[in-house]
Design a protein around this ligand. Structure first.
Ligand SMILES: Nc1ncnc2c1ncn2[C@@H]1O[C@H](COP(=O)(O)OP(=O)(O)OP(=O)(O)O)[C@@H](O)[C@H]1O
Ligand SMILES: CC(C)(CO)[C@@H](O)C(=O)NCCC(=O)O
Ligand SMILES: [K+]
Length: 236
């Protein structure tokens, strides 16, 4: 089985992958005898990752770090400086492309940051946006103003706010929804007759998914991307 690791800005996630199935991994007690290779991606540095890579090396297990490339199969990256695109964004696009081949889609990864990426039906990444994640949006306001406060229990909804926590939380949610609506315009301009598939991932992905009919949430999107990246890189 493979050990797949996704290091974000807030947390490290690891799963064991075997015969197209994922299984949660206990990073304090990894089954090194059963692991054939480690495939990882990181957008920030991590001591925990370094520790796992050291353990892999002492077990003579090969480790592969996923990197963004200008092309991967039929997928083409929008960035001129591909090394600047977050690897988590590229992996989410790779996974989406495998899930919906020849289909235009938008990937929304909602974690510490919210990223929105647009891919057309030819596999061309048209580009995307980076927004503060929902928590960053609200905390930047509570920390930089006198009067804006959160009560720790108000949910994110798309209603108009009639008190401060409502105004704050719902403002963050609708700003994010509005950005996704803007992303749809970039694909509708290309193909007016086709519905656009939206794929959500990340800690707030499930909440956002509920705002868009016929969209999907896939908590394993980046992990699936790691797995496909490895398969495609081997044959490239
Ligand atoms: N059910 C949930 N599980 C985990 N995180 C959640 C959940 N609901 C909301 N969140 C929020 O999602 C964020 C974490 O998301 P995620 O794990 O995708 O990001 P990350 O890996 O920490 O960050 P990034 O990849 O953007 O650096 C936190 O802001 C957390 O408060
Ligand atoms: C935006 C984040 C932090 C989201 O995890 C990550 O994708 C990243 O560090 N990106 C680098 C900048 C870019 O994607 O243009
Ligand atoms: K992430």
């Amino acid at each position: 089985m493979k050990l797949l690791i996704d290091v974000g800005n807030t947390s490290l996630k690891a799963v064991l992958w075997h015969s197209e199935q994922s299984q949660s991994a206990d990073i304090n007690n990894l089954p090194w005898l059963k692991i054939t290779e480690v495939i990882y991606a990181c957008v920030g540095r991590s001591d925990l990752l370094n520790d796992i890579l050291t353990q892999a090396a002492s077990n003579s297990i090969n480790c592969f770090e996923a990197k963004v490339s200008k092309k991967l199969g039929d997928l083409v990256c929008a960035y001129e400086h591909v090394g600047n695109l977050g690897i988590d964004r590229w992996l989410a696009l790779i996974a989406g492309f495998k899930l919906y081949p020849n289909k235009a889609f938008i990937v929304v990864d909602a974690g510490t940051a919210t990223t929105i990426d647009v891919l057309n039906c030819e596999g061309l990444h048209l580009g995307g946006w980076i927004l503060p994640g929902l928590d960053l949006m609200t905390s930047s306001l509570t920390q930089n103003t006198q009067g804006v406060f959160d009560d720790g229990k108000t949910p994110f909804t798309n209603e108009l706010g009639k008190n401060t926590p409502n105004g704050l939380k719902n403002g963050a949610l609708v700003a994010t929804i509005g950005a996704i609506e803007q992303a749809k315009l970039h694909l509708n301009a290309q193909k007016a007759d086709q519905a656009v598939q939206i794929i959500f991932a990340g800690g707030y992905g499930s909440l956002l998914q509920q705002q868009f009919e016929e969209s999907i949430f896939d908590s394993l999107l980046v992990m699936k991307g790691l797995n496909y990246w490895y398969e495609l890189s081997k044959t490239a």
